[in-house]
Write a protein that binds this ligand. Sequence first.
Ligand SMILES: *[C@@H]1O[C@H](CO)[C@@H](O)[C@H](O)[C@H]1NC(C)=O
Ligand SMILES: *[C@@H]1O[C@H](CO)[C@@H](O)[C@H](O)[C@H]1NC(C)=O
Length: 366
Amino acid sequence: MHNVFPIFFHLWFCFLSELNLCEAILHRPSIMISARYATYLTGESVFLECQITLDFTIHGYKFFKNNVEVRGGTEASTVNKYRIRTAKRSDSGSYTCLYWISDARGRQESDISLPVSLSIIDQPSTPSLSVKPQQTLYFEGETVTLECEHPVVNSQISYHFYKDSTKVHSYLDSTKSEYHISSLSTKDSGTYNCEYLVLGHQRTIPSGKSMQQTIAVTALSTSPLLKFLPSYITFINGENLTMECEAPTPVHVTIHRFYKDGEELKGPSSHRGIYMLQNVTKEDQAEYTCMYWSPKSDREIPSNQSPINELYIIDANRFSSRIVLYLAQSIFPSILTIFPLPVEEKQAQTMMLPPPCLTVGMVGSG
Ligand SMILES: *[C@@H]1O[C@H](CO)[C@@H](O)[C@H](O)[C@H]1NC(C)=O
Ligand SMILES: *[C@@H]1O[C@H](CO)[C@@H](O)[C@H](O)[C@H]1NC(C)=O
């Protein structure tokens, strides 16, 4: 109340002197938006307040939008607030105010306040979450991209991605709205949605969350076994060999594939899990694996790779060393455990061999 006296003194002075100085003496008010921000969403209500630092009797206020008075009449004009009940985009603009007092000479108006700028923007539209590529079922190791799609917003944006309602990823970027999962695991199965926040208006305006998208990730099928038939570890130049890719039993297999040192081998029956090598050479010495695919929920799910089966090829001139082994087997049957061979194969081989004494002679001459 200590501020009252100087004002009254000024008014009294004006009245006495009858000089036209009162407009200059009535201090310029300031206009404030009730919140600390100047951007509102359509539908929100906005309060503008015409403020004077000094405390004395004011008879009325005027508010202007883009220099046009926005509140006519006198009824509510004694209140220093201007309220926009339901903001529309057209309410955006530059707002100013003034106050007036009545004295013996009539109405005395203050200077117009400095303007305040009000922006009304639409509530950001709800985004939609797209999953690329879209699959009913994903398998481990696949790549997926979630994109939070929405109309262009001329502001800085931050994105939030949620999995089962928990935030899993968020970042600040106005140009890219993607969340990339480069190698899916079964733990990534869940329902996802996203949201973006419009920034840069002294307030953060959330878009609301998108509809949910489900991602289901399945593990790869149990690995098959790759067998060599006959089941030798080493083969001799010129021999034939069949590889079999054996899936664990009750699986429906659509296709098998064989790999030699990581590169796919194509043979007439390879898709059925059989691959034949005829007349093997050193070139065939490699690490072999196989895989199979089986259908699940309209997709072909790959298996894990079979354990590696290593193929060794020995030269014909070392042929004798294996013969010696066969001979030795009859003397020391325990050696069989080192090179286990199917009985029928052993017999077949033995029958093809020259007589034992001649073989020994070959070893000596070789
Ligand atoms: C390998 O297979 C081919 C074709 O079936 C056959 O002609 C050849 O005799 C076989 N070789 C051996 C060493 O069994
Ligand atoms: C097996 O390979 C050897 C040596 O490369 C060749 O001389 C022979 O003709 C081949 N035999 C067959 C049946 O392909």
